[in-house]
Design a protein around this ligand. Structure first.
Ligand code: ACO
Length: 323
């Protein structure tokens, strides 16, 4: 059986750091409120002119270097983003051009904060069906471009960044002892789109629009949906949740991470958290957290790692990987 193994990781954050105290000079908020309600201390924000593809290309170069793979060995680039450089072409094609990859295919996946998990499902299926051998999967966002900087209920939550992984086909036995992606579960429910959306778009307003959210409602659904996808992924692999070594969640709010861990009796020490430093970077948040825990040596070969996310749509899902 073919398994998709992650053979390299890379992350990139824009240089400019914006603290809660700095935000408090722009909107009616405070460092204390933001820390207490979200766990966020700071976020990285792009400079004028800095684009999603700029962050994605840097994260991708780092992932390729880590994997020891040349861009022309890739068959496919998938970019998960909700903040593309342009309405079209896909940001993935800008990444393809700048990495110097002159064959294969590149396209974007749009599932907002769940984009990296949806991208993982796509990449894994391309590899398992033999349509691609080596795939670059990038989650990259400039969420600061979608903010209404006068809306304190949203602008304090988000940040910019990019994370990338290189996946490659390797033979496995077809058991859950194999290294690589064991399964990915993805879900959506379009009836709930009004709880988290952008109030613009090419075919509706011909504007980019701003992010709008019913925070309390999103929070309520997040814990329920994320927990359900973790259970589904663990059950599909026949692995008890207690045997999973690392949980790498989408970083939206520390209270969502704590609530999910409590609900499923997960030891908080197994949950990788970067929300304090990065804020919510949407599709970039899972690979940014993953790269952090790989780089600092927490995630080791053979570990069971569960990635999970929930976002606008609603969309949600989980991916279980033997590292
Ligand atoms: N600073 C100070 N006060 C604020 C701020 C702020 N930045 N934002 C809201 N408030 C006020 C509100 O106006 C309200 O005041 P009121 O009582 O006078 O009306 C009060 O704080 C409480 O507001 P709530 O919305 O009830 O606060 P809550 O505890 O629900 O926290 C939050 C809000 C942080 C948005 C929370 O609901 C949340 O994190 N929801 C999840 C949303 C999320 O993470 N979305 C990201 C995308 S989806 C995902 O990634 C999972």
């Amino acid at each position: 059986m073919i398994r998709s193994q992650i053979i390299g990781c890379g992350a990139y954050l824009p240089e400019t750091v914006v603290t809660n105290a700095e935000l408090a000079t722009r909107v009616d908020t405070s460092d204390e409120w933001i820390r207490e309600r979200t766990g966020i201390h700071q976020r990285h924000i792009v400079k004028d002119g800095e684009k999603t593809s700029d962050l994605a290309v840097e994260a991708s170069r780092r992932a390729l270097r880590d994997a020891g793979v040349d861009a022309n060995e890739l068959d496919l680039i998938i970019c998960a983003t909700t903040t593309p450089d342009q309405t079209f072409p896909a940001t993935a094609t800008a990444i393809q051009a700048r990495l110097g990859m002159t064959h294969g295919a590149a396209f974007d996946v749009q599932a907002v904060c769940s984009g990296f998990i949806f991208g993982m499902a796509v990449a894994d299926n391309f590899i398992k069906t033999g349509m691609a051998k080596t795939v670059l999967l990038v989650g990259a966002e400039t969420m600061s471009r979608l903010m209404d900087w006068n809306d304190r209920t949203t602008c304090v939550l988000f940040g910019d960044g990019a994370g990338a992984v290189v996946l490659q086909a390797h033979e496995g036995e077809g058991t859950n002892a194999d290294r690589g992606v064991l399964n990915t579960k993805i879900y959506s429910d379009g009836r709930l789109s009004h709880l988290l959306y952008v109030d613009g778009g090419p075919s509706s307003t011909q504007t980019t629009g701003h992010l709008r959210m019913e925070g309390k409602e999103v929070f309520r659904h997040a814990v329920t949906n994320i927990s359900a996808s973790i259970v589904a992924s663990a059950e599909a692999a026949g692995i008890p949740i207690s045997e999973i070594d690392w949980f790498v969640p989408h970083q939206a709010n520390q209270r969502i991470l704590d609530g999910t861990a409590r609900k499923l009796h997960i030891d908080p020490a197994k949950v990788v958290t970067t929300v304090a430093q990065h804020g919510n970077t949407s599709a970039a948040s899972v690979p940014l957290a993953l790269c952090t825990a790989v780089a600092d040596g927490r995630i080791k070969r053979g570990d069971l790692v569960l990635l999970e996310a929930m976002g606008g749509g609603f969309t949600w899902g989980a991916s279980l990987i033997r590292w």
